[in-house]
Design a protein around this ligand. Structure first.
Ligand code: PLP
Length: 414
């Protein structure tokens, strides 16, 4: 049993790349009394959040909300448009791409997993886990597929296990240049509402996202954004589905309701989140994350530790993967930092376990909370006896103070 004083004083620093720190405004909205999900008030809420989500995905087409984590929305995406034995082209960019590929196998699909060969000599990490998807490689594979056996190309927009983004517009171009009819499916679970994502303009057929990252909500709801081509494919797709099936949900969503009990209180939170994000404007939201990411990277560079993303054009605005020196157990370092400073950092997952840690810079953060995070990491590095070149905190202070965040225009009082 917990003793009454077991909770440390002050706020815990939740600097993992999701779940992200939830703003108090959103927590308060979630705490409102639960209402009748078939009553008149609910339909108004349902319609408002569905319309707001379309703006965040930058789509005119339906968005589906599930009371499930992101993994559920992954399964929904595959199950709605594919049939047993369908070939799908997936790309190894990290742990989440790997889990999605395993799911495809378990569902009876035939995933082909494209991967960049080799390991980086300096760090010993696989190159595939330090770079984004190669649109050229996808294009080449599709060119070879003359019989159009491949039914979908599945890529992760922001690989949360590595801190590397992928150029989704380039993948769409490659599919079109190959004259291939495959659907484009994109996991933007940790990209949405932090990294720029344009569903319609980029020609994505199914996008998958979740609540606990850029939307700044607790975990528990997830999304599929659709295209007309995906909806068409769902009419003849044969993988078994019932709970995940889009048809009944999309139909009932027209009036703001669901065929089952939706997650009422998280939808209150979503409404609040959409007000915050759309009130600021998406360009300001993306710029904020880019600026935080640049500040954090300036610290990592000053420490002299390698950033996991090996391609500066693909740096994630959501998180930064930091590679520890050979022989240093990154998880032991994380544990030390957690114990001493009540700061949670993301663990290394899958093929990079123990070799790196992740700093999340999303959710309810600001310059000072990020500087405190970096101070916690820096103290931890020193306590663990890891040599650093310079003070990352000093570098990040210099970055944040010489690159002020644009101030929002004050709105006139009513
Ligand atoms: N895909 C990505 C890119 C993720 O970051 C995550 C979770 O962090 C998932 C999929 C799985 O989502 P969930 O853990 O919400 O089921």
């Amino acid at each position: 049993m917990l003793s009454l004083d077991s909770h440390p004083s002050g706020r815990h620093f939740l600097q993992i790349p999701g779940p992200s720190p939830v703003p108090d405004r959103i927590l308060r909205a979630i705490s409102l009394p639960t209402i009748d999900h078939r009553g008149p008030e609910f339909g108004v809420l349902g319609k408002a959040v569905l319309a707001g989500l379309q703006q965040v995905f930058q789509t005119r087409h339906p968005v589906v909300i599930y009371p499930a984590s992101g993994t559920g929305a992954w399964e929904a995406a595959l199950a709605n448009v594919l049939s047993p034995g369908d070939a799908v082209l997936m790309v190894e960019t990290g742990h989440f791409a790997t889990l999605w590929q395993k799911m495809a196998l378990r569902l009876g699909l035939e995933p082909e997993f494209l991967t960049l060969p080799g390991t980086c000599e300096q760090t010993g990490l696989p190159w595939a886990w330090r770079r984004g998807v190669s649109a050229a490689l996808i294009g080449q594979r599709l060119h070879e597929d003359r019989e159009h056996r491949i039914k979908a190309v599945c890529v992760v927009h922001n690989e949360t296990s590595t801190g590397v983004t992928s150029d989704i517009a380039a993948v769409r171009k490659a599919i079109d240049a190959a004259g291939h009819p495959a659907l484009l499916m994109v996991d933007t679970i940790s990209g949405l509402a932090s990294a720029e994502y344009r569903h319609d303009e980029w020609g994505v057929d199914v996008a998958i996202s979740g609540s606990q990252k850029g939307l700044m909500l607790p975990p528990g709801i997830s999304f599929n954004a659709l295209s007309p081509k995906a909806l068409e494919a769902s009419r003849s797709a044969k993988l078994p589905k019932s709970f995940w099936a889009w048809d009944e949900i999309v139909e009932m969503n027209r009036s703001g309701y669901w065929p089952y009990t939706p997650n009422t209180n998280l939808l209150y939170g979503l409404h609040e989140s959409l007000e915050m994000l759309l009130g600021q404007g998406l360009p300001a939201v993306f710029a904020r994350h880019q600026r935080w990411a640049a500040g954090v990277r300036s610290a990592v560079e000053a420490w002299g530790l390698p950033i996991q993303c090996a391609d500066p054009a693909l740096y994630s605005p959501v998180l930064t993967g930091v590679i520890t020196p050979p022989g240093v157990d990154a998880d032991a370092l994380r544990q030390l930092i957690h114990q001493r400073f009540d700061l949670s950092l993301g663990t290394g997952l899958g093929r990079v376990k123990g070799r790196m840690f992740r700093i999340g810079h999303l959710g309810d953060s600001n310059d000072l909370s990020l500087l405190a995070t970096l101070a916690g990491v820096e103290m931890g590095l020193k306590l663990a006896g890891i040599e650093i070149a310079d003070s990352g905190v000093t570098a990040a202070m210099a970055y944040f103070s010489s690159n002020p965040a644009p101030r929002p225009e004050p709105t006139a009082a009513a």
